[in-house]
Design a binder for this molecule. Sequence first.
Ligand code: ADP
Ligand code: TRP
Length: 332
Amino acid sequence: MKKRIVTGIKPTGDIHLGNYIGAIKPALELAKDEEYQASYFVADYHALTKMPEPGELPQLTNGIAAAWLAFGLDPNQSILYRQSDVPEIFELNWILACITSKGLMNRAHAYKGIVDHNRQVGKEVDSGVNMGIFTYPILMAADILMLKTDVVPVGKDQIQHVEIARDLAESFNHHYGETFVLPQFQVQEETAVLPGLDGRKMSKSYHNTIPLFEEPKKLQKRINQIKTDSLPPEAPKNPDESTIFTLYKEFASTEQVEAMRARYEGGIGWGQAKKELFEVMNNYLEEPREKYNELMASPQKLDEVLVMGAEKARAVSVPFLKEIKQKMGFSL
Ligand code: ADP
Ligand code: TRP
């Protein structure tokens, strides 16, 4: 039997280059592997922890789905769905919540990070924390366990969550008998954390992103905002310490990368380096951008794909939830 891989992306803002390089690109490579059955979903209920404005979520959800498809995800081969279209996940969420110790959630890093920050700035420790944020790892465990997932490709920041899913699966199996597959995380070690315009990790939270599908003019403007030092054009530069070069590497061919490395060492002006980064990036993104715009202009088509994906996911989740409940002693 094929191994199952599952991963999700939250629709909390415009998708950016970091999301593509860190999450979408490696996941698409796995999806092409005959050994795997890939299921990728838009984690729209996870986005509720940020309390989106009414009506905001559908557009953001479509944006994530369109991005997967624009970069070549084949919805007939893989499963692409909205989390909220698979209600069994939320029933399982409650079942798992009841075997999760509160202490485990206290230690989950997203929550702990907020608490630490609140302490530092002298606020009430739980200020700004809703129960969705606190119990977030349980819902993520339900996403993973509901589809009998073997492998979860994620960024480093998500490893702890996959480990929690595995712990909960083990607890359940121990108490009610062998039921859940124990999932493993898979982190693409060679995929560096992509830097943003200011050199820190590219992230919506830092407002330093390059959105994936920006029009060429805006893309160029963003690239021009990348922070550089004040070395003169002719001075040799270290490519490995340059955000421009790090981004260039992701979009240029091996020969182009080698040539650019040599030019850094011989001295290249930042303006010129930025211009060439724009060219390779725009070239790479042109076709997906066109496809993305087409998809976003036909939400009905997107909806059809997502509904078909949910049906395929539910072909697993409906009978499996029944089995889970039987194990617990519910008479069905
Ligand atoms: P953000 O930090 O912008 O809020 P998310 O936390 O929603 O991004 O991340 C969605 C996915 O994209 C995750 O798998 C995450 O590991 C990956 N990702 C986000 N930013 C980067 C980055 N700068 N480099 C590599 N991967 C990233
Ligand atoms: N928590 C993940 C993130 O912030 C998104 C996510 C939700 C996810 N459910 C998942 C990832 C299940 C992998 C598997 O990026």
